[in-house]
Design a binder for this molecule. Structure first.
Ligand code: 26Y
Length: 801
């Protein structure tokens, strides 16, 4: 295995970089831009991945091993230079090589744009899973869409969110290989022809799915898998007849239409608008992936009966749910299997991960749309439904109220269904899939999410990495529970000092960045308190902001009390059509403008909200954070993964008993976690009461005052009515119980203040957070999926450590 790693010296590597600069970029060092250097460095690194990549393919083939296929509409990859360099254990070589060429390695690393092919948690989870699959040496492909435009860029204009198109492909993407020979025709619409027992779909239009492969190398460079993203292309690129008639636009219309399918990532992560284009995107990438999987099976001389033994297909939420009917269609219509046999074979391959209970995020397609786009699949869905009704006696239908329900379809077509935290999986059993869980009692299981420790500690927090290496050795990146060995050092004054110094240095880094990139001055000695995630009502950024306003009032009332200086950091985007979320953004910026300009709280309270939060910004902010805000209404955050990243980097949580917070608290210890708020069960009960928000406001002086200030225009003096609607909703409805949890949250924040005032004990808490969250490595998550769902195996055995 070690022969796969072919470590170059810095001199040799510099040579490779120079060759790429000339041969691939066509530049000499005198005329090369930072982009040219970045491309040369990236291509030089990519070269080093080829060997393990080929070797992995060969090993898989020879071992006749089962392959895992992770189907996801989103892969939120971020930057890759450091990721690849460190996984190859070539970071020092790469940095030294660049230095010898007169280049600033860090600056070149930061020049890389994020690959932002995802919205948030679900997409980032897929990227962490790819890293862990490669690290564990499990043969796997990620399948998704090569969006021309990833998640929009966020700007603030007068405090309001403005979106502009993201354009990552204006520069060449260094990591991918275009595979023009790997192309499939994907049909839409049309009719179904029947003859006797057999059916044949005759699509009205077809487009081409064209593959782009990015190798994903694991830790120590022992294994590499493939992320295969599909781009939509026209069957016929250009209509010469139209062109010759002078109809220039019409001549390229076909191309423009086809490309629309992979043009842009849907920026919504909650409400499904039922858009036909999104259904087409889903079918497009799923159908291409399934065809690719069957082609690979055929090329290995296997028959479709072997599928469950050779192939595990994981559906990342319902977005690729059409995989079930598509696989059945191919088995029945093209490979002539019996319907029920085909359904069983497909089910043997499929697993389904649920990421949300929010009713508005559960996909349903109106039957007319579904039928127009996928007429044959609608017939097959009916067959799947009747087979299910017959076999189980269940009353649950897939087709209901004129909709095709993708959650039910996924559940019925999967042999295993999993939630993403212990609490969430319980709620999946008790709520959305209560009846189906009774019908198929062994189908639902839990797989608590995880994060890759390579990106989220080793790379983003280099000083902490060094401290940990010096303290417990270097085994932890591949075996994160070794961090437990830090526990005894939480009693060691020298270690605590060093740990605190690392955090202080990371905070200075952020303070400098805020100064230079956002023209905001913050005091790096203040507590950094961060809530960075998508903006959503259930995540309750509004509650955090109300607490900030209340704290501002308190400081002004008692200016001479012993206040703990705080910087409240917000980061995150709102879906462009989510009006309330956008108002919350506006309000955060309005409140920031007033509080930050108030000389009375200068040095004690500051709000910062840098625009365009993304993976790279998270990598900067998380290591510098003292307090992690995980304050969703209990029962709503399926897991959260930011919560794990903060704890791993030594930021204790203030949080509710929601998602993986529950398990984080169990592991770090209740005394190292600031708990508040209603439980999921209490939330359900409270919602049954009348006027619960009015009652909560009536008993809270602090909350009443903050609400009045906001609705009276204290923070929007030029437009005093701006937030009347937002506050009215809290007074009259408050579905997410901001008002009910407010007082307990405020009290928990004051406990945070006192705890933070004792810096030694705070640092001990921080250390214990880092030391005890090793279980949340995505390596553990993936090992458990492999065992409990996929029956897939590592082909590198114990070699990875
Ligand atoms: C159907 C469409 C509108 C849609 C698109 C994206 C629906 C949902 C999503 C994304 C959901 C998502 O990101 N969910 C998050 O998944 C994480 C990984 O499991 C969880 O940690 C997090 O709690 C959950 O909100």
């Amino acid at each position: 295995l070690n022969e796969r790693r072919n470590l170059l010296t810095a001199e040799q590597f510099a040579e490779v970089i120079l060759n790429h600069l000339t041969s691939s970029q066509g530049k000499d060092p005198e005329h090369a831009s930072i982009y040219d250097w970045r491309m040369a460095l990236s291509l030089a690194l990519r070269d080093q991945v080829i060997r393990p990549w080929f070797a992995s393919t060969r090993t898989t083939y020879e071992a006749e091993a089962k392959r895992v296929y992770y189907l996801s509409m989103e892969f939120l990859v971020g930057r890759l230079i450091e990721d690849v360099a460190t996984n190859l254990r070539a970071e020092d070589v790469a940095a030294a090589a660049m230095r010898s060429l007169g280049q600033d390695y860090g600056q070149v690393v930061r020049d890389e744009p994020d690959a932002a092919l995802g919205n948030g948690g679900l997409g980032r989870l897929a990227a962490c899973f790819m890293d862990s699959l490669a690290t564990l040496g499990i043969p796997a492909y990620g399948y998704g869409i090569r969006y021309e435009h990833g998640l929009f860029e966020q700007h603030f204009k007068d405090g309001q969110q403005i979106e502009t198109a993201e354009n990552w492909l204006t520069q060449r993407y260094a990591w991918e290989f275009e595979r023009p020979e790997v192309r499939y025709e994907i049909g839409f619409g049309g009719t179904v022809e029947k003859s006797g027992q057999t059916s044949k779909w005759i699509p009205a239009e077809t487009i081409i799915a064209s593959a782009y492969d990015t190798p994903v190398v694991g830790w120590n460079g022992l294994w590499a898998n493939t992320l295969r993203l599909w781009a939509a292309k026209p069957v016929k690129v250009f209509d010469l007849d139209s062109f010759n008639r002078g109809e220039y636009l019409a001549a390229s219309e076909l191309e423009a239409l086809a490309r629309t399918i992979s043009r842009v990532l849907y920026p919504d992560d909650t409400s499904e608008a039922g858009k036909e284009l999104r259904l087409k995107q889903e079918y497009f990438f799923t159908a291409a992936s399934i065809k690719d999987i069957l082609r690979r099976l055929d090329s290995e001389g296997r028959v479709v009966r072997d599928l469950p033994q050779r192939v595990a297909i994981q559906l990342n939420d319902t977005h690729p749910a059409i995989a079930g009917p598509e696989l059945v269609r191919l088995l029945v219509d093209e490979r002539k299997l019996e319907m029920e046999n085909a359904i069983d074979i497909a089910r043997g391959c499929l697993g389904y991960t649920n990421h949300t209970l929010l009713p508005e995020a559960l996909e349903r397609w109106p039957e007319p749309i579904f039928k127009r786009v996928l007429p044959r699949h609608l017939e097959i869905v009916r067959e799947i439904e009747s087979a299910h009704l017959k076999a189980s006696g269940s009353p649950v239908r897939i087709l209901e109220d004129g909709d095709v329900k993708m959650g039910e379809l996924s559940f019925i077509m999967a042999h295993k269904v999993n939630g993403v935290s212990a609490l969430h999986s319980d709620l999946v059993r008790e709520t959305v899939f209560e009846q189906l869980n009774r019908d198929y009692p062994d189908r639902i299981l839990n797989q608590t999410n995880g994060i890759t420790p390579r990106r989220w500690l080793h790379n983003c927090n280099p000083d902490l990495r060094i401290l940990i290496n010096d303290t417990i050795g270097t085994g932890w990146p591949a075996d994160l529970e070794q961090l437990e060995k830090l526990v005894p050092h939480a009693q060691d004054a020298g270690f605590l000092e060093a740990f605190k110094a690392v955090k202080a240095k990371n905070k200075v880094r952020v303070a400098n960045w805020l100064k230079s990139h956002h023209y905001i001055a913050v005091d790096p000695d203040a507590m950094f308190d961060a809530q960075i995630k998508r903006i959503h009502e259930y995540k309750r950024q509004l509650m955090n902001l109300l607490e900030t306003v209340a704290l501002w009032n308190e400081i002004r009332d008692n200016p001479n009390a012993d206040w703990v200086p705080r910087v409240k950091i917000f980061g995150g985007k709102a879906a462009p059509g989510y009006v309330v979320a956008k108002q919350i953004i506006h309000l955060i910026n309005d409140v920031a403008a007033v509080i930050n300009a108030d000389p009375q709280v200068k040095g004690l309270l500051k709000i910062v909200y840098p625009e365009n939060y993304n993976v790279s910004m998270a990598e900067l902010l998380i290591p510098a954070t003292n307090l992690s805000e995980q304050i969703s209404t209990a029962g709503n955050e399926a897991s959260g993964t930011g919560n794990m990243k903060f704890a791993l980097n030594g930021a204790p949580t203030i949080g509710t008993l929601d998602g993986a917070n529950v398990e984080i608290r169990e592991r770090v210890g209740a005394e190292n976690f600031f708990l508040f708020g209603l439980t999921a069960a209490e939330v359900v009960e409270r919602r049954k009461q009348q006027n619960y928000s009015a009652a909560a406001i009536a008993v809270s002086q602090r909350l009443s005052r903050a609400l009045e200030q906001i609705e009276n225009g204290v923070f929007s003096p030029g437009d005093p009515d701006r937030y009347q609607g937002l506050v009215q909703d809290l007074r009259q409805k408050d579905y997410f119980l901001v008002t009910c949890d407010f007082d307990d949250y405020f009290a928990a924040q004051r406990r945070v203040d006192s705890a933070y005032a004792d810096q030694d004990s705070w640092t001990r808490m921080a250390v214990l957070n880092t030391a005890r969250v090793g279980w949340f490595s995505s390596d553990r998550t993936i090992a458990d999926y492999a065992k409990d769902i996929w029956n897939a195996h590592s082909l590198i055995g114990g070699a990875r450590q």
